[in-house]
Design a protein around this ligand. Structure first.
Ligand SMILES: [Zn+2]
Length: 692
């Protein structure tokens, strides 16, 4: 355990097909970063590894939808997520990407090793194939009705509604997500990993993990009960790691196989970057390493069963020592939904607010043993009532007092009385409690203990009444302030894992040299700032967050929820209840016939700079692709529209709106409250179909 010479920490590789939201951050990244920062202060040999997972069907589907190459998609989101992590203070030693040649080579080496050792088996099977597109349709390229719950838009790998993993061929009424073509079954060959060979070994190995979270162990037991089955390692795709075997030129490795190998290739890249190219071996090939994978609970099976099987199959590498899997974070009491844009995106958050209040709020609410919730009101309250009013207030009062009355110098410490000794002893106690909690991956308890120390420090300042003693008993007043300075130093170091930016700021306010992140955890409470030491200028550590700052964020989410609800109502509401003015002004059929209404599929949507209401929309009219401009920007997020089958007036004269050409008009209905809903047709309708 902690006696291992080295620690290697990984966070789940995020898919480079979208931005990171707070739910992701709270699950696999922030808890890992807090743990790593703490271990660095403990002066342990530790490396923190992550990177973008750049393969897989969700990426190629998004690329198809946007009419760009997968490389364009992964380049965009790799950069975006890397920057957001940096700004949020997630201190990876390396953030790599699985599209790098080195990663491909290593993944192929793993494949060949398993192949040579007889852990792979080739099988022929029937898989969905699109006659129209002349291609196989792996995973999410097919959707249909879930055989388990009847949800009509279940994806070819998993049902979003009931969560069940699906074998594509079980889908009822399958259609291609590329062009709604009905797929046929066609024979194809794939390599499968014989996971069953490893079941006994993995079960025995997991039996030794008595300190693991019960959610992880129970989840695995469920899999063992059903028995581990062969799992295909290759896919009929072009984007990914090429299969290094003859006859497989049109196939790539399945992303579940190459993604975790990304942890190793990222460590190798890190070693190269620091000029010690063999250094990665110390972590991956040496048994004296503690390998820790931080993940969300949706990733348990991959990290606790499948990945260890790959590592056992290869044989050279260490196995995971701990897999702290977190539960999910909800948002304002609802599930995060990327497709509905019901999320707080990390990059957008960071444009408006500082990282530390978020880190603190997510740490206090860490989804460790059950699902947790983020709400903007709670975020505001945590910042204002705890960070500002307790921690910030204590620092501010003590140091302002010194600057005013002791000329910026740490006052002389006289005789210590019981309250002085108690708060100084509390520093040691908190240091050890926080350390114990963090060793056990209990971030919630750790950060609560931290704030508790600040709370007691505030109380100490109040109870000692230095403002009274300033005149009556200056020596006692000086002692109180001296103690306050020592507590402030401790709060800087002990807070560094949770609120790294504010801790560093406090370190500089105290005018201490170096960085707070280079200090030694075990010196907290031992090293003291001497009397007479000149402290620096005060700055506000935690500005209050006002209602006006968070209200737009709350409104935005509420609007999305309302839209969801109103959408549900409008489809079930009888048409007669609509309150439109009665129809008069009759036209002849010939007049109606002049209007050419056609079905079109939305391919791509973007906002138009300088036009708040307009969206530029690329559509597929079957025989041609076109651009239209529509006043939907205040009603829909661009991503809500992509893929929808809409109705357009196809023979309208082109118009220029805000400098952008519009070649057609889409139809929408306006409710009495101003809400718009699109006129759509069922997804299986052909693009370009005439409406009569
Ligand atoms: Zn289902």
């Amino acid at each position: 355990m902690t006696t291992a010479k080295r620690i290697l920490v990984t966070s789940a590789l995020p898919y480079a097909n979208g931005p990171i939201h707070l739910g992701h951050l709270a699950g696999a990244y922030l808890p890992a970063d807090i743990f790593v920062r703490f271990q660095r202060l403990k002066k342990r040999d530790i490396v923190f590894i992550c990177g973008s997972d750049e393969h897989g069907v969700p990426i190629t589907i998004l690329a198809d939808q946007q009419g760009v190459t997968p490389q364009v998609i992964v380049d965009r989101f790799h950069e975006m997520n890397k920057n957001a992590f940096t700004k949020a203070g997630i201190s990876f030693d390396n953030y790599s990407r699985t599209s790098l040649p080195e990663h491909k080579a290593l993944s192929q080496e793993f494949f060949l090793k398993l192949y040579e050792k007889g852990h792979l088996i080739e099988k022929s099977s029937l898989q969905f194939y699109s006659p129209k597109g002349q291609r196989f349709l792996p995973d999410r390229y097919v959707e249909g009705t879930c055989p388990n719950c009847g949800y009509d838009r279940a994806r070819g790998d998993q049902c979003d509604k009931c969560g069940k993993w699906i074998d594509q061929t079980q889908l009822i009424n399958p259609v291609s997500t590329i062009d709604r073509d009905t797929p046929v079954l066609k024979a194809t060959k794939h390599w499968y990993m014989k996971l069953g060979d490893f079941q006994e070994m993995i079960e025995a190995w997991l039996d030794t993990k008595t300190d693991w979270k019960t959610n992880v162990l129970n989840y695995c037991r469920g899999w063992f009960k059903e028995g581990l089955r062969d799992r295909s390692v290759t896919r009929d795709l072009k984007w990914g790691v090429p299969v290094p075997i003859k006859g497989y030129e049109d196939k790539v490795l399945y992303v579940w196989f190459d993604a975790p190998i990304g942890y190793i290739s990222s460590t190798r890249e890190w070693a190269k970057k620091i000029g010690q190219p063999d250094r990665w071996k110390d972590y991956w090939l040496n048994k004296d390493t503690r390998l820790i994978h931080f993940i969300g609970k949706d990733n348990i099976v991959f990290h606790a069963i499948i990945w260890p099987a790959i590592l056992m199959g290869h044989g050279d590498y260490v196995l995971p020592d701990s897999i702290p899997a977190n539960e999910f974070l909800n948002l304002e009491g609802e599930k995060f939904s990327t497709s509905k844009n019901f999320a707080v995106w990390l990059d957008e958050y960071l444009e408006k607010f500082a990282p530390d209040p978020l880190r603190y709020t997510l740490a206090v609410n860490a989804p460790e043993t059950k699902d947790a919730d983020f709400s903007w009101k709670d975020f505001q309250a945590r910042n204002n009532n705890e960070l500002a009013d307790i921690l910030g207030n204590f620092i501010n009062r003590g140091l302002t007092f010194i600057n005013r009355n002791f000329n910026h110098q740490v006052p002389e410490r006289g005789n210590l009385e019981a309250p002085d000794r108690e708060i100084l002893a509390k520093i040691h106690e908190s240091r050890d409690t926080i350390a114990r909690n963090l060793e056990n991956f209990e971030v919630r308890k750790a950060v609560t203990e931290y704030m508790n120390l600040a709370r007691l420090a505030n109380k100490y300042f109040n109870d000692q009444e230095p403002w009274v003693n300033l005149k009556q008993n200056r020596a006692k007043c000086a002692t109180t302030l001296n103690v306050c300075v020592q507590v402030s130093r401790a709060l800087a170091v002990l807070g560094a894992p949770f609120i790294p930016f504010s801790s560093e700021k406090l370190w500089h306010i105290l005018n201490l040299s170096g960085s707070v992140h280079q200090q030694n955890w075990d010196d907290v409470g031992k090293l003291e700032i001497p009397s007479g030491y000149q402290i620096g200028e005060l700055q506000i550590l935690f500005p209050k967050i006002e209602d006006e700052q968070i209200q737009p964020e709350i409104d935005k989410l509420q609007k999305i929820l309302n839209r969801q609800k109103s959408g549900a109502i409008s489809t079930s509401a009888p048409v007669v209840e609509k309150k439109e003015s009665p129809v008069d002004d009759k036209i002849s059929y010939d007049e109606f016939k002049k209007v050419e209404l056609r079905v079109a599929q939305v391919l791509q949507v973007e906002r138009i700079e300088g036009a708040k209401k307009l969206l530029k929309i690329q559509i597929d009219l079957g025989t041609e692709k076109r651009q239209i401009v529509a006043g939907l920007a205040e009603h829909f997020q661009p991503e809500e529209l992509v893929g929808r089958k809409i109705v357009v007036v196809a023979n309208l004269q082109p118009a220029i709106l805000r400098g952008v050409e519009s070649n057609g008009m889409l139809l929408a209905a306006e409710s009495s409250d101003g809400k718009l809903s699109l006129v759509t047709v069922i997804d299986s309708t052909d693009n370009g179909a005439k409406i009569r």
